[in-house]
Design a protein around this ligand. Structure first.
Ligand code: MN3
Length: 199
């Protein structure tokens, strides 16, 4: 059974004006699709093809001879989570349980947002900014290229893609502007709260 590109959970123009239809067509339809195609080509006729995506990520993490498979599986996994970290009319109020946990583990929601933004800004080159559950505590982390907290025993709660293809069409080089919009206008707090509740 081949890995498949999950459809976007909203219409391509549903995140405008914060992320354009053009960006989503390129990012989901071209970049994300290519990782799925590569993953299928690399795992064809291998036992890995029978595993779930998450299992492939964990099984290939840190293995030099499976770096190519890990890179594509990680990209497919991270992008799935990225689409499901945003929603039309995002931002706004944080569900009470998630807000309380953010305050307990960061001191305030503002402190979390600052840490998340700094993680995204200081990820040199391509990568990801994350809110994760790590040993029962919420934490901010960043990963490069296709790396993912899933490969490091952490539970991803929220992710922003800070590869240039995520924002260049709409924000050019202004990664900080994209991260601000992500946290204020795009983020799906309900989805994050649901992932925390089921972790
Ligand atoms: Mn991307």
């Amino acid at each position: 059974m081949a890995f498949e590109l999950a459809p976007l959970p909203y219409a391509h123009d549903a995140l405008e004006p914060y992320t354009s239809s053009q960006t989503l067509h390129l990012h989901h339809g071209k970049h994300h699709q290519t990782y799925v195609t590569n993953l299928n080509n690399l795992t064809k006729d291998s036992p890995l093809a029978t595993l779930t995506l998450e299992e492939v990520v964990k099984a290939t993490a840190g293995k030099a001879d499976q770096q190519g498979i890990f890179n594509n599986a990680g990209q497919v996994y991270n992008h799935n989570l990225f689409w499901n970290s945003m929603k039309p009319q995002g931002g706004g109020e944080i569900p009470a349980a998630l807000e309380a946990k953010l305050i307990a583990d960061f001191g305030s929601v503002a402190t979390f947002k600052e840490a998340f933004t700094q993680a995204g800004l200081t990820q040199f080159g391509s990568g990801w900014a994350w809110l994760v559950l790590d040993g029962g505590k919420l934490a901010v982390t960043k990963t490069g290229n296709a790396d993912t907290p899933l490969a490091h025993g952490k539970t991803p709660i929220l992710v922003a893609d800070v590869w240039e293809h995520a924002y260049y069409v709409d924000y050019q080089n202004r990664r900080a502007d994209f991260l601000k919009v992500f946290l204020e206008n795009l983020v799906d707090w309900n989805a994050a709260a649901a992932r925390l509740a089921s972790a």
